[in-house]
Design a protein around this ligand. Structure first.
Ligand code: AP5
Length: 225
């Protein structure tokens, strides 16, 4: 995915972005790319929670039951986790991927950020719902480096082996059809109201995310200026 060096340097100076969109909209795919190229911290609440579950921490144990059901983890658990993360020294410029996901979380984020470090913008990844299902059922994720693949649209050279690091690729346990349906219900009910919330604050920037990843990447960099 190419972009001008000037654009990337400018972006790396200032962005504090939220990537908002349905499960499978492509937030993680783009966030990894933009964060790596633009020296931003990529803060994915889904990745953080999966790491807590894998390590068997108290927080992971609390979260697992909700995640297994395709439901959102309670606000207080998530808000505390994110507040700790954005207080770390590398978190001057970041992409929040998967947070906030409720109005309560958005209000907590507003309160957590000092005025000088306010949110720059919220990018909404718009994808028709009928496209999301195929993206999610075909997704495979590297269990070592976290790279995101797809069995049809972005396959690894050798099935089950990550091209980037040679680690094993796996299907996420919440990418099975019944869980996907529940996640979409949660999204429509609890997360979609954030579009109105951020539109009202003049922070929302809409992106047609039903196009090729390289085209989306270029437009994203422009939207994030
Ligand atoms: P999380 O991990 O955040 O999952 P999600 O929001 O459901 O998002 P996904 O990771 O499924 O999708 P994505 O938009 O990142 O798509 P991706 O780039 O991978 O959360 C998991 C769970 O954790 C939640 O259900 C909840 O329980 C809990 N949780 C997390 N945050 C929470 C919060 N704030 N509050 C409460 N609970 C929380 O792409 C998907 C596939 O499509 C890939 O295979 C990719 O290759 C492909 N693809 C990507 N872009 C394109 C494209 N342009 N064209 C074609 N294919 C594409």
């Amino acid at each position: 995915m190419g972009a001008s060096v000037e654009l990337i340097m400018a972006l790396s100076l200032k962005a504090r972005s939220v990537f908002l969109g349905a499960p499978g909209a492509g937030k993680g795919t783009q966030a990894k790319e933009v964060a790596a190229k633009c020296a931003l911290a990529h803060i994915s609440t889904g990745d953080m929670l999966r790491a807590e579950v894998a390590q068997g921490t108290e927080l992971g144990k609390q979260a697992k039951g909700f995640m297994d059901l395709g439901k959102l983890v309670p606000d207080d658990v998530i808000i505390g986790m994110v507040q700790k993360r954005i207080a770390l020294p590398d978190a001057n410029a970041w992409i929040l991927d998967g947070f906030p996901r409720t109005v309560v979380q958005a209000e907590a984020l507003d309160r957590s950020l000092p005025k000088a470090q306010a949110l720059s913008h919220v990018v909404y990844f718009a994808v028709p719902e009928q496209v999301l299902f195929g993206r999610l059922t075909g997704r495979r994720t590297c269990s070592k480096c976290g790279a995101i693949w797809h069995v049809e649209t972005k396959p690894t050279k050798t099935s089950g082996i990550c091209d980037a690091c040679g680690g094993p690729t796996v299907q996420r346990s919440d990418d099975h059809p019944d869980k996907i349906n529940q996640r979409l219900v949660e999204y429509r009910t609890l997360t979609e109201p954030l579009l109105t919330y951020y539109r009202g604050r003049n922070l929302l920037r809409e992106l047609d995310a039903n196009r090729a990843p390289a085209i989306i990447f270029k437009e994203l960099l422009q939207l994030m200026q």
